[in-house]
Design a protein around this ligand. Structure first.
Ligand code: FES
Length: 177
């Protein structure tokens, strides 16, 4: 059989120059689309895998209210912005804690998240207990576990009073230490 420069198409006929250039174009297009797809998939995966090595634990003091707005002996829900909100976080950048005013200048702040699976716990003043609605976890008023599945007490945040403001030291989510 005689050798030619042109390739044969699927029917055995010599391929035209136009068909060859179309094949080349489609091959290059497939390569380019495949490369872009690989980059789109690879970059987030690599970022996710490397993030723990570059993560800085950023703890920030957040004001949660004026001292006089809290009554001695009461436990109140307070809200604050998470220590490392992402630009697209929206309302999820808001977090909360339970704040108790023990006396004139002593406060205790508890994480609002249950140590079992993270549901927000509720303070029941009449029972002096924190209750978790998800699986029935119960905590005493000092945050220690009274009953149910929680493996650990409610974490506490450092609290200080500065310039008349009550401030709690918050950390990026996950907020339990
Ligand atoms: S999440 Fe609170 S008991 Fe399960």
């Amino acid at each position: 059989m005689k050798e030619t420069n042109a390739e044969n198409n699927s029917t055995g006929c010599p391929a035209s120059t136009a068909e060859l250039s179309r094949r080349k174009f489609l091959a290059r297009l497939s390569l380019a689309v495949g490369s872009v797809g690989a980059v789109i998939v690879t970059v987030p995966v690599v970022g996710f895998l490397l993030a723990p090595f570059f993560e800085r634990r950023q703890e920030v003091w957040r004001s949660v209210g004026k001292v006089e707005s809290f009554k001695i002996g009461e436990t109140t829900a307070v809200q604050y912005e998470d220590a490392s909100p992402l630009p697209w976080a929206g309302v999820t950048a808001r977090s909360a804690a339970w704040l108790r005013r023990v006396n004139a200048d002593t406060f205790i702040a508890f994480s609002i998240n249950c140590t079992h699976l993270g549901c927000p716990v509720r303070w029941l003043a009449e029972a002096n207990l924190f209750m978790c609605p998800c699986h029935g976890g119960v905590y005493y008023q000092d945050g220690t576990v009274a009953a149910g599945p929680p493996p650990l007490p409610l974490p506490r945040y450092p609290v200080r009073v500065k310039d008349g403001d009550v401030q709690i030291q918050t950390a990026p989510i996950p907020i339990t230490k």
